[in-house]
Design a protein around this ligand. Structure first.
Ligand SMILES: [Zn+2]
Length: 196
């Protein structure tokens, strides 16, 4: 065995020794297997649940979430038991009891970050989309989108497109032209604007 082989063995030995001292396990036989360690970590995560922190807006009375990320639908999301779930929905259930899956929790204040139970009310999916239409929101939350592209723009989009590019990927182009990603995809695959 060469020098490097010995060195590697020595390192491994050191690591085992470190593991033993840090976990207070006396023999190598008791070192938990990787799967067991992962399991321990997972259950540990579940015990350390992230606190929901909000700021109260004095003028509107909204309780604005500051501790959690906003999902791409615009609502702050949390994780419970490995599942993603809307915080405002969770709060509503905590306050008023569980509700059927198909019901939606809507905002009176039209502030999707708000979890003030008094600002929340229950509705159907149809209510939700009607509500969004009335308040001028579309399902993917782009208020200032343009309804139509010109044929010149469509031609430019096809020449501009570069896969995975930061500035010219189809997602980036969708942002640039303020249209939905699918619109760009349809243009590129000629599902739409085939005549251009
Ligand atoms: Zn509110």
């Amino acid at each position: 065995m060469g020098v490097y082989g010995k060195l590697r063995l020595w390192r491994e030995e050191q690591e085992v020794q470190f593991l033993l001292t840090s976990t207070n396990i006396s023999t190598t036989a008791e070192i938990p297997r990787i799967s067991e360690i992962q399991h321990m970590r997972r259950s540990d995560d579940m015990r350390r649940r992230k606190k929901i922190i909000y700021e109260i807006d004095e003028t509107t009375g909204c309780f604005n979430i500051v501790s959690h990320c906003i999902s791409n639908t615009g609502y702050p999301q949390m994780r419970r038991n490995g599942k993603a779930l809307y915080i405002h929905r969770y709060i509503y259930e905590q306050c008023f009891g569980e509700m059927p899956e198909e019901m939606c929790v809507l905002h009176r204040c039209d502030n999707r970050k708000c979890i003030n139970p008094e600002h929340l009310f229950l509705g159907t999916r149809a209510d939700n989309s009607r509500d969004m239409k009335v308040k001028g929101r579309s399902t993917w939350g782009e208020k200032n989108r343009r309804a139509k592209l010109t044929s010149e723009e469509v031609e430019v989009i096809r020449t501009e497109y570069i896969p995975w590019d930061r500035k010219y990927s189809y997602r980036a182009l969708a942002k640039k032209y303020k249209v939905h990603r699918n619109t760009i995809l349809n243009i590129l695959t000629r599902k739409s604007w085939a005549h251009v």
